[in-house]
Design a protein around this ligand. Sequence first.
Ligand SMILES: NC(=O)c1ccc[n+]([C@@H]2O[C@H](COP(=O)([O-])OP(=O)(O)OC[C@H]3O[C@@H](n4cnc5c(N)ncnc54)[C@H](OP(=O)(O)O)[C@@H]3O)[C@@H](O)[C@H]2O)c1
Length: 309
Amino acid sequence: MTSLQSDLTTTFTLGGDLPVNRLGYGAMHLTGPGFWGPAADPDEAVKVLRYAVDHGVNFIDTADSYGPGFNEQIIRQALHPYPEDLVISTKGGMLRSGPDDWVRGKGEPYIVALGRPEYLRQQVELSLRNLGVERIELYQLHRIDPTVPLADQLGELLRLKEQGKIHHIGLSGQPEVTVEQLEQVGQIADIVAVENLYNVADQSGDEALLYAENAGLAFIPWFPLGHGDLTGPASPLTELAKQFGATPAQLALAWLMHRSPNILLIPGTSSLAHLKANLAAADLDLDDDALAAISETATRATTWRPSVT
Ligand SMILES: NC(=O)c1ccc[n+]([C@@H]2O[C@H](COP(=O)([O-])OP(=O)(O)OC[C@H]3O[C@@H](n4cnc5c(N)ncnc54)[C@H](OP(=O)(O)O)[C@@H]3O)[C@@H](O)[C@H]2O)c1
């Protein structure tokens, strides 16, 4: 049997110098309806963040566009002054214009990216202020802007790094940063992480995961619980979970944790009860047959693609 507990207490070292526990937390849901405005229940949001950090989570994912701004602010309100080992990763380079408004385009949806250097600089300055830090430990380009030369987008992040405002750079995609893009980026800048859509029901990003493993990058799957579709009674994993005395969410998280040592998990929740249940995924023991059964069940049943990010 593989002990997930031992995997969770094993850290992944981001960029060679920032060890973090592999079971982290995604803060996006600590916002108002449609990921817009302040947290719907600020007291619960503060409790969730403090509980996570008090129980071993030391990697938190946020973005300037969650709220916008409010998500970083509630993290500061709950956790500042920050524990020394806490790594808060934030992102910039994507526009919002209202609740649930992320997607634009005709037919093939695309996300509104804005990678102009002066905008990225402004957003880094705002994130520094909202989080109350001197330096952002991991700053991710939320989307590569196809209308701005890659060297200009990364060049500005490199300048911010030289100036000590960013420590490490990562990339994030919708649904994914491709291997080709990772190779292009590698010729311009050292990055330490890639954040792509990936979960047990949608393993189409395996190529980028393999690339991340070979290059020593953290792979941070967004929608690890299928944005909720892999949780609760309607989850394709519900029946299987009963056999393990676990919840479907715990199976989905445990599967990801075993999938690759480079995976950092950022399951999102606005509920303390759900957070506690998700952290308890650390106590699940799964062998290879169990992991295969989870994968087969989830991939057979699910064909969704995300409609929001
Ligand atoms: N880089 C990117 O482009 C990108 C895109 C999307 C997301 N992200 C990041 O990835 C993180 C994870 O994505 P996500 O939060 O959207 O999706 P997710 O982690 O796959 O799922 C979160 C959803 O599942 C529900 N949930 C969580 N635990 C549960 C449990 N134990 N039982 C029942 N329901 C549960 C949550 O509702 P409750 O609040 O009710 O628990 C929420 O609706 C985000 O927080 C964000 O930081 C990044």
